[in-house]
Design a protein around this ligand. Structure first.
Ligand code: GTP
Length: 602
């Protein structure tokens, strides 16, 4: 147990790849929390997937013990924050558990969109901010320019900036000293009833849900009973502890401290990020901590087993993933084309990709995903308002009074030479101009509102390719706005394929319909017969193409009795078939369902 004056809770915020995880490793190493020998690169990124994708998905908290130059011993709690905009809410809760933040800026790049977005969140959380200019070991580093940028853009004095190389360990001690001196100690009430903030949670098969908490007031004792204010659930505290970086169990966590509780809950839903932990006796009287928000799905897609016999396995896998991911939403869905599957809701595209990959890798399932959709608010002619997140559920024209779609507030940081090309891109995606600010002579911050439906379709890729990777993007939900949208149906071999339906803006529906059908023609493999593909809006066909009949069997190409060659070809064919779905008498591959995502490219 450490007295409040000797506790510091801080996090590291940065734009992607500016060196957050590497710096965390250096701090852990310097304080002897992890020996160099045990140091696995980026030990804070636990999941295999995280390491592969090189991003931090779940926040973690590690306790370090640091003897400062003044001779005093401090307990430093480093709370790692997720690095992607899909997880902004988790970031905001991690920040709420801290008093200070290291703001890492890459000295070869400078301030980027996410540096600012994270900074705003940190300022909102009232944190002391310590700017760290990283990667000064690189020949292309421009620490002076970036310091100036920090002063001009962020408003922190350039003299406060600490120059560092997380890779080489330069500046590590200065950073630790700054944390001790500049970050205020926590200011909770030690003699009040327990209030602790959950800033992350995950399910553990042995210990139940493990909640990562910051004790705000009072203390948390092993063996006591706890109550969750928002979830209304309660459980016994099986274990209390902190991360070092492995779990170390102790008897209690006191005011101001950060650690974990093993709750015995079987589902993270009972103990969600942002909820307040208290004791049952205080439940009636205590004020919940501010800022709780239930997770909200922004992007939806249908997930179907390629082999319909795998449906029970898919359900089981989703159930399991959900135990650990309160933000994952799903419900059974039936498609004429694809059979039984699930409509799933995700925080964003990255979240969707992660879930898909986990289903495939960890649960060994072959799944077919439909194109991602947003959630529309549809006012019917009778006045009833419904939410539609599957294009094939869109009511008929005649029944619709108004359709509203989610718009995002986006900000783009870019060298000014790309202003023109970015404006073209944003306009082509129905973006609405809000603001353009010169940050320095050659860099600008552009703000727009843009439909989420356009943002999820290759916007980021296009932004990166049009600006040679220089522009950075950040976005947040803005509001629902009405749009002139229509539903386009696709018929393959005269059979409507519900899972290929799309919602499009009326003005561009004709052009996009043609492009879509053309794309489908190239993706649907030849069959023994000619296959017409049509796009229709209401009863009007707006485009038509056909997949010509196949002439030869693949094996016909084989000569003589070369068995191994023949086998190879058959295997290849099987491989190609893996993600196909028989719709009527036509096989449709996974790529066809995703074709809309690549429409803008050609
Ligand atoms: N030369 C040099 N490279 C660095 C330094 N710090 C980090 N890097 C490299 O920069 C890359 C990104 O570093 P990470 O620590 O993974 O960045 P991050 O901010 O944690 O990235 P996300 O988890 O994706 O947000 C890695 O290849 C690091 O090895 C540094 O001081 N100097």
């Amino acid at each position: 147990m450490t007295d409040l004056a000797h506790i510091r809770n801080f996090c590291i915020i940065a734009h992607i790849d500016h060196g957050k995880s590497t710096l965390a490793d250096r701090l852990l190493e310097y304080t002897g929390t992890i020996s160099k020998r045990d140091m696995q690169a980026q030990s804070l990124d636990q999941m295999e997937l995280e390491r592969e994708k090189g991003i931090t998905i779940k926040s973690q908290a590690v306790r370090m013990v640091y003897t400062a130059l003044d001779g005093e011993v401090y307990e430093l709690n480093l709370i790692d924050t997720p690095g992607h905009v899909d997880f902004t809410y988790e970031v905001s809760r991690s920040l709420a558990a801290c008093e200070g933040a290291l703001l890492v800026v890459d000295s070869t790049q400078g301030v980027e969109a996410q540096t600012l977005a994270n900074l705003y969140l940190a300022v909102e959380a009232d944190l002391s901010i310590i700017p760290v200019i990283n990667k000064i070991d690189l020949p292309s580093a421009e620490p002076e320019r970036v310091k100036q940028e920090v002063e001009d853009i962020i408003g922190l004095s350039k003299d406060e900036c600490i120059l560092a190389s997380a890779k080489e360990g330069i500046g590590t001690q200065d950073i630790l000293e700054a944390i001790v001196k500049q970050v205020p100690p926590p200011s909770g009430k030690t003699d009040s009833p327990l209030r602790a903030l959950v800033f992350d949670s995950h399910y553990d098969a042995y210990k139940g849900v493990i909640a990562y908490v910051r004790v705000v007031d009072g203390e948390l004792n092993e063996g006591e009973r706890l109550s969750m204010i928002a979830a209304g659930s309660s459980a016994d505290i099986l274990e209390v502890g902190y991360f070092h970086p492995r779990l170390v169990s102790i008897k209690k966590l006191t005011t101001g401290e950060v650690g974990y509780i093993a709750t015995g809950f079987k589902n993270v839903k009972d103990c969600q990020v942002g909820d307040t932990v208290t004791v049952p006796s205080a439940l009636e009287t205590i004020e919940p901590l501010a800022g709780y928000q239930p997770a909200k799905s922004m992007v939806f897609a249908g997930l179907y087993p390629v082999d319909s016999n795998d449906y029970p396995e898919l359900r089981e896998a989703l159930d399991r993933l959900k135990l650990n991911d309160a933000a994952l939403f799903y419900e059974p869905e039936t498609s004429n084309a694809l059979g039984f599957g699930f409509r799933c809701g995700f925080l964003g595209m990255l979240h969707m990709e992660i879930i898909q990959e986990r289903l495939e890798r960890e649960y060994n399932l072959d799944i077919l995903a439909t194109a991602p959709s947003v959630e529309y608010h549809v006012t019917k002619t009778g006045g009833e308002v419904i939410e539609v997140n599957n294009p094939s559920d869109m009511p008929n024209f005649g029944e619709i009074e108004l359709i509203e779609e989610p718009y995002m507030d986006i900000s783009i940081f870019t060298p000014s030479r790309y202003i023109g090309t970015i404006m073209d891109l944003v306009t082509s995606k129905r973006g609405l101009y809000k603001d353009l600010k010169y940050i320095e002579a050659e860099r600008v911050l552009m703000s727009y509102e843009i439909p989420l439906a356009e943002l999820i379709i290759d916007f980021y890729d296009q932004l990166k390719s049009r600006t040679q990777g220089y522009a950075s993007l950040d976005y947040n939900f803005g509001s629902y706005r009405s749009s002139d949208l229509v539903k386009m149906d696709i018929l393959v071999n005269t059979v409507p394929v519900d899972a290929l339906s799309l919602i499009l803006h009326r003005e561009r529906a004709y052009y996009q319909g043609r492009a879509f059908v053309e794309k489908l023609r190239t993706l649907i493999p030849r069959q023994l017969f000619e296959v017409p593909i049509q796009a229709a809006i209401g009863s009007r066909v707006i485009a038509r193409e056909s997949v010509k009949a196949m002439r030869k069997d693949v094996l016909a190409k084989c000569y003589g009795g070369d068995i191994s060659r023949k086998r190879k070809l058959l295997e290849k064919q099987k491989e190609g078939k893996k993600r196909m779905k028989m719709v009527g008498s036509v096989e449709i591959p996974q790529e066809a369902f995703m074709a809309v995502l690549s429409l803008g490219k050609e």
